[in-house]
Design a protein around this ligand. Structure first.
Ligand SMILES: [Zn+2]
Length: 114
């Protein structure tokens, strides 16, 4: 499962399966209104289309290539992680601050060892 974003109780995945292409590719000329056909799964035909369009219209050299994908939102199957307790854990919490104090104290002691 290609997970994109995990919410509290739902997860956003890239949709897969029969009839769902990996990507739908298209390209549009930025100089005129021309657009390529849409191609499933393979961006190469859009690149070929852009080159051919530029051959037909030498001034048309700037294109917008698009890839569209299907997303699906599913309920999470794993239990959601418990929210972090207030004031404990996490980067920058008391444990981290304590460690930094310890390191600072050690650094202060080191010159005295010599
Ligand atoms: Zn054009």
């Amino acid at each position: 499962m290609n997970e994109i974003v995990r919410g509290a109780d739902r997860v956003l995945v890239q949709a897969r399966g029969p009839g769902v292409p990996e990507g739908i590719h298209g390209v549009a000329c930025m100089t005129c209104e021309a657009t390529s056909p849409l191609f499933d799964d393979d961006p190469l035909p859009t690149a070929v289309w852009a080159i051919q369009h530029s051959q037909d219209h030498p001034e048309h050299t700037f294109f917008l290539a698009r890839t569209e994908r299907h997303w699906r939102v599913l309920p999470r199957t794993d239990p959601p992680a418990p929210p972090p307790a207030r004031g404990s854990g996490g980067f920058g919490g008391p444990a981290f601050v304590g460690l930094m104090c310890l390191l600072t104290a050690l650094a202060g002691l080191l010159p005295g060892l010599g």
